[in-house]
Design a binder for this molecule. Structure first.
Ligand SMILES: [Zn+2]
Length: 316
């Protein structure tokens, strides 16, 4: 069994556990005041914390759902502060999809008193309960990396979890949701082949990142992320990195120890800008990877393009 399959089995087990938990809570949507009936047009309303998870829900739900995202193409979900209107939107949804792992904490805050609210939380689907499994945390990180939409296996599992939840909420479209999820995961499988090709050609190549956005993708591609742990940790916590860690990452690019700099424009700071400038000067390829979906692209297009950019940078 390959590591990928092992991980998938774990995620499926977590999914089953999550389903059991829901049953145990006795979540009959109609019995809870916060859970609305389907809209007049018969479509289920799904609200996701970011446009990434919204797009996964759209791929699975098709025309049987209407999907809204709280955070769109611009802005940084890490530091997003929700409004009263967002809270009403989230509470009004038949299904809420969010990331978890403190990435989009505004969602669990909004629904904390809504017992039985149907939700899909990517972190739970991935079986990454940060408190239960501290051994999965990276060195220098107090918690598992939360950028789960860069983990293709997890995205597949989230799509399946959304299909299962939507099937419970709208039984007459259950088969359609399952079929949509299968079509979506087939497109993800094609992306996994691109990642496998990077791994075959560039295993062990050193890269660095201004923010650990693509941790799972770099890992799956066999690349060695040599970013100083203290640098990543500070950026993640929205603090200034210590001077020694800044000096270290600057050295990684100026001495070209790192072949690629992964740059997240949505968590840009004077420090990360300077690292990028030095990378450009030293001829280290800069690959911009984003937190959220750019306008006009769907998840698989966007992620496919990002993987292609990474592959092209490694060939430089
Ligand atoms: Zn991030």
């Amino acid at each position: 069994m390959t590591p990928r399959n092992t991980r998938r089995t774990g995620a499926v087990a977590a999914l089953a556990a999550a389903a059991l938990t829901l049953t145990a809570c006795g979540g009959t949507p109609a019995a809870n005041s916060g859970n609305p009936a389907p809209a007049a047009d018969g479509r289920l309303s799904v609200v996701a914390s970011t446009n990434v998870w919204a797009d996964v829900a759209r791929a699975v739900g098709g025309d049987a759902v209407s999907v809204k995202a709280v955070v769109g193409a611009t802005g940084d979900p890490h530091s997003y502060e929700s409004t009263a209107a967002d809270a009403a939107t989230v509470r009004g949804a038949a299904l809420v999809v969010f990331n978890g792992g403190h990435y989009d904490d505004f969602v669990p805050q909004i629904i904390k008193n809504e017992t039985g609210k149907p939700v899909v939380e990517a972190m739970k689907v991935a079986g990454q309960d940060e408190h239960a499994k501290p051994e999965t945390a990276e060195a220098g990180h107090e918690h598992a990396n939360e950028h789960l939409w860069y983990d293709l296996d997890v995205v597949e599992d989230v799509a399946k979890a959304i299909a299962a939840k939507l099937g419970e909420l709208k039984a007459d479209a259950k088969d359609k949701f399952t079929a949509n999820a299968q079509a979506f995961t087939a497109r993800i499988d094609a992306l996994e082949q691109k990642v496998d090709a990077i791994k075959a050609a560039h295993t062990g190549v050193k890269v660095t990142a201004t923010e650990p956005i693509a941790h799972y993708l770099l890992d799956e591609a066999g690349l060695a992320d040599v970013t100083p742990a203290q640098f990543s940790k500070a950026v993640e916590e929205e603090n200034d990195p210590p001077a020694a860690a800044i000096a270290e990452i600057q050295k990684l690019v100026t001495e070209r120890t790192a072949r690629v700099l992964v740059y997240n424009p949505q968590t840009e700071s004077p420090v990360t800008k300077q690292v990028k400038e030095n990378a450009v000067k030293a001829n280290v390829a800069v690959v911009e990877l984003t937190e959220t979906l750019p306008e006009g692209k769907d998840y698989t297009q966007w992620m496919g393009e990002q993987i292609d950019k990474l592959a092209a940078a490694l060939k430089q």
